[in-house]
Write a protein that binds this ligand. Structure first.
Ligand code: CU
Length: 157
């Protein structure tokens, strides 16, 4: 897990090139005007999913894990808490792996940490890292966010 602010170039310069490409896409958009749905950046290698929904209490949802794609999750408006934890064999899968959508769920995440995003902050989750986005600290609120899916092979090149 890595997190930061999309405009903090002095720190972001140390990120891998492919993550910088994702941040460049975000910085070149008027994020508040970006429509919900998928936006291609580099075909199936890198694309953005924009969504608007209400946050929920973390106890009411399960964490997700990906195998093939890195998530670059950026909040556009509202406030979002994301729980996450270190990959562990104690985090038992509660669903089968959905290959088409590249995820499975885990019910209990051990020693959960959390990060709270304000608009224009991002968090990166690598394949295998359980994360539970879309959570609220107190009251549910409507958020708009974008998740850039980055094929893991791009990071290894
Ligand atoms: Cu994810």
């Amino acid at each position: 897990m890595i997190y930061g602010h999309i405009q903090h170039q002095q720190v972001n310069q140390y990120l891998p090139e492919v993550i910088l490409q994702a941040l460049e896409f975000l910085n070149n958009q008027s994020l508040s005007e970006l429509e919900d749905g998928r936006h291609d950046i580099n075909g199936n290698l890198m694309f953005a999913n924009v969504m608007t929904f209400d946050t929920v209490l973390s106890e009411t949802k399960q964490a997700e894990v990906h195998k093939d794609y890195i998530d670059v999750q950026c909040l556009i408006s509202g406030e979002e808490t994301i729980q996450y934890c270190i990959e562990s064999s104690n985090n038992q899968a509660s669903t089968d792996y959905d290959q088409e959508n590249d995820f499975f769920l885990v019910r209990n995440i051990e020693n959960a940490n959390q990060v709270t995003l304000q608009p224009n902050m991002f968090a990166v989750f690598f394949p295998g890292e359980p994360h539970k986005p879309g959570c609220t600290q107190q009251m549910p609120r409507t958020i708009k966010k974008v998740v850039i899916k980055v094929r893991k092979d791009l990071l290894k090149l």
